[in-house]
Design a protein around this ligand. Sequence first.
Ligand code: SAH
Ligand code: AVI
Length: 335
Amino acid sequence: MDTHVASEIICRPVRPTKSIPSLTEDVATGLFAARKQLPAKYFYDDRGSALFERICAEPEYYPTRTEDALLERSARDIISRVGPSQIIEFGSGMSRKIRHLFDACSELECYPTYVPFDVCDDVMIKSGEKLAQNYAWLDVAPLSGDYTAGLGNLPILGGRNLLMFLGGTIGNFTEVQGIAFLREIRDLMGDTDQLLLGADRVKNPEVLHAAYNDVAGITAEFNLNLLDVLNRELGADFHRPNFGHYAFYNPDENQIEMYLVCMRDQEVRFSDLERSLIFKEGDAIRTEISRKFTRETLENMLNCAGFEVQSHYEASSHLFSLVLARPSELPPVGA
Ligand code: SAH
Ligand code: AVI
C-alpha cells in the first residue's frame, strides 16, 4: 500500500435542513417524563466513541467482526457494481471496515472521494488521518453534524454516489424513524447511485444478550458515560454509582433495550436548566434500542423506503446482513 504524509483533515459542518430538538429539549421531554428516554446519539462524545471502539473488540460483540468479514468478501463485487466517484458514510465512526472497499478500489483502479458524516469530529479526524496515510489516492472530506437534522445540504455529486450506513445503526431508530431516514437518503439519490446498508439479524437471544452485557463491562461503561455527558453538558450532578447498566432482548419487538436503572433514590440537579428531578430506586432511563431484522423485515423496510435490493450479502451464520440497494419507485402511501 502507498503511504504519504497525512494532510490536515478538516471537518466541515453540515447545515441542517430541519430543526431538531437540542439536548436541553430532549432532556426536558425525555427525562422529565414518566417513561424516561434519551436518543442514543448522545452516547458519542469523544469518550463514548472510544468506548464504542472497545465494545467492537469484545469477544461477545459479534456485529463488527461479522460485518467486517462480509465486507471483505463482497468488496470487489460492490465496487465493480457501483464504480463510485464518491462514498458518503453516515455514522462512520472510526471508518475501519471501509478499508476493504478502499482495497478493492485500489485493485480496480476506481478512486472515489470519501465523505464520512458523524456527530463526533474526533473519530473522523483520527480515522481520516490514518486513511490518508494508507491510501495515497484517497481524498477524505468529513462532514460534521447530526444526520437526523436533514440531508438536503449534503454534497451529492453528479457521478456515481455510494451511500453507506453500516454497523446496524439503522436499528437504533424506531421502525418509523428508520423508514423515514432511508426515504430521506433515497430522495438524495440519482438513478445510478446505490445504498449499502448493514443490519443486525434476529438470532438466539442468548447471543444477543451476551453482546450487550460483555463480561469486561465495556458496554456498561459506554451506557454510564451518558451520565457524564449530561453532567458536563447541562451542569447536572448524576452520581454514577447510583445507576446501573441493564440491557435485555425483547423478543416481542425484536430489539435490544438498554437502560440506566436508578439503584438508590437521588435528586438530580440540572444547574443549567435550573431544574431538579427526583429519581426513585427502580426508575429507569431507556438509552437505546437496537432493532434486529430477519432477511424479510430488512428487505421490506428497504422496499417501503423506495429501494430495490440488488444484492443481499449474508454470513452463513445469518448473524448479520449487508444489502446493496438502488432507488426504485416509492410504494403508494399506506402500502
Ligand atoms: N459505522 C461505525 C460506527 C457505528 S457507532 C461502525 O459500524 O462501527 C454509531 C456512529 O454513528 C457513531 O460514530 C456516532 O457518533 C454516529 N452517530 C450516532 N448518531 C448520529 C447522528 N444523529 N448524526 C451523526 N452521527 C451519529
Ligand atoms: C451503533 N450501534 C449499532 C450499536 C448497537 O449495537 O446498537 C451501539 C451499541 N450499543 C451497545 N453496544 C453497541
